[in-house]
Design a protein. Structure first.
Length: 94
């Protein structure tokens, strides 16, 4: 278990979490496994599902934040153009 916990790979998906769950099973530890073990092994997928939900929620919040930021920047830019045009127009009137 420790070797799998300490093993780090970045950039590609791995099955380290799945393998860690297998070797933590009492049947696996006790040597009570056969060729159908993986067919009957049902890991706890709720933890992964909850983590995935959090990741999706964070991603959605980030996208919304970026969209609002772009709109704010666009409005500020439009206001600067209007202000500049007004100033130029006023200079010409003087």
């Amino acid at each position: 278990g420790r070797a799998l916990e300490e093993f780090k790979i970045s950039g590609v998906p791995t099955d380290i979490e799945f393998l860690s769950k297998i070797i933590a099973q009492d049947n696996f530890i006790g040597g009570n496994v056969n060729t159908t073990f993986l067919d009957t092994f049902k890991p706890n997928l709720e933890e992964r599902s909850e983590a995935l939900e959090k990741i999706v929620a964070l991603a959605a919040a980030l996208v919304e934040h970026q969209q609002k930021k772009r709109k704010t920047q666009k409005r500020a830019q439009e206001n600067n153009w209007r202000t500049t045009a007004w100033k130029e127009q006023m200079r010409g009137a003087l």
